[in-house]
Each structure stands twice: as structure tokens, then as C-alpha cells.
Design a protein around this ligand. Sequence first.
Ligand code: IPE
Ligand code: IPE
Ligand code: MG
Length: 230
Amino acid sequence: MKIPETVAIIMDGNGRWAKKRGLPRTAGHKKGADMIREIGLAANELGIKKLILYAFSTENWKRPEEEVGYLCKLPGLFFDRYMKELMENNIKVTFAGELDKFPQETQNVVNKAVEQSKNNTGLNLCLAINYGAQREITLGIKKYAQEVVDNKRANDLSESEFSKYLFVEEDIDLMIRTSGEQRLSNFLLWQVAYAEFIFTPVSWPEFDKQCLIDCIKEYNERDRRFGGIK
Ligand code: IPE
Ligand code: IPE
Ligand code: MG
């Protein structure tokens, strides 16, 4: 089985999963965080190089204060519980997004996990937090434009160089969205240019290792031509 190098997942459906069980939405997010552990370990075992998980979008600030507050606390709960195991498995934690909009405590726990695992050589587990692709692209353009204005570089940008101005430099091989919705919700718009898409009805709290393997099997059936002819 060919393993995709870079996989992205829109982890959707925590709220609906909880509601169906008569639980508060936050219970869905808690279970969702446990699945990050399971899928992170599985991706590492399978030999995926980078797994980018959409955990909090720039639009998610619109949610009720209580839910946003819980989501801000989740990284702390997650790393307290699982960082040791991630380290034992040589997993490198990174993030994509504007971390500085989060409470200082959240920023500290994420930065600590990144620092602690920076020399690990296994899976790059990248959490997209306060991430929005339109924001990412806008920030990248502003940064590049400023360099041109400051005479630090010429106005000669190429597509591959532009990627370096983004939070996520890699092209996505496989993009998965759980829980039935078939949209990107502002995730990795630049990077999915030639990604394969899988939309599964399974909710994120139920998306286990076998579900990931099934997605990779389906990915293996796709004929990726990149505009050429085979
Ligand atoms: C995904 O689950 C997690 C986040 C967006 C933080 P949702 O919270 O969107 O769950 P649904 O889509 O309402 O079921
Ligand atoms: C996308 O899910 C964001 C994350 C999974 C973090 P949403 O639930 O926020 O997306 P919409 O609102 O259904 O498009
Ligand atoms: Mg949702």
C-alpha cells in the first residue's frame, strides 16, 4: 500500500456526536481530543510524514463563549495526558495558525510541546489552530510584499517559493473530512491544489485507526495524473 506523505483532516462532527448521546458539545470535543492521540499514533506507525489536523478555525470564534473557552483549554488537557506517549513514539508536534490570539496559557502549552519534541524524527503532527486559509494567504502576501518594498528581494515570486510564506509549506496528498459535510471550511486552500479528497460520514469521535487505513486504501485506488497522461 502506498502511503500518502502529507495528510490533512477536517475533524468535524464532535458536536453532533455528543448531541446524539444526550451529552454537552464539550464532551464531543473531549472524545475528539482522544481520537487525535489514536490517529496520530496510527499515522506515525503507517509512516505518514505530516498529518495536519484542523482543530480550530478562524471562524470558530463565532461559537458561544463557553465552547470557545473549552476549546482553548483542550491543548493543555491533551498534552498533559498524551505528550509523554507522543515523545516515546518520536512524534514531532508543530502548529499552523495564529497562536497569539489564544490565552497566554494555551500559547505556553503549545509552545512547550513544540519545543520539547522539535528534534523528533517521526510523524510531524501539525495542529491547525486559529487557522484560516484566506488569512494564511493574505499574511503570506503581506510578508512578501513588505520584503519587496524593503528591497530585500525582487518581484519574482514563483508558486513553490510562495509556499514558504504560508503556515503549511507542503502540498497535501490526501484530504479527509469526517461527519458528512462536503466543504473545505477555509482549510489549506492553496495546498490542496492536487489533493485527493475523501468525505466520510463517520464523525470524528468515531474515526479510528481502521477508518484511516480504509481512507488510505481508497487513496491507493485513485489515479493521480497531475494534469499529465498515463
Ligand atoms: C469539530 O466538531 C470541532 C471543531 C470545529 C472545533 P464540531 O464542533 O464542528 O461538531 P459539529 O459539526 O457541530 O457536529
Ligand atoms: C471546520 O469545522 C473547522 C474545524 C474542524 C476545526 P466547522 O464545523 O467549523 O465548519 P462548518 O461551520 O461546518 O463549515
Ligand atoms: Mg462542525
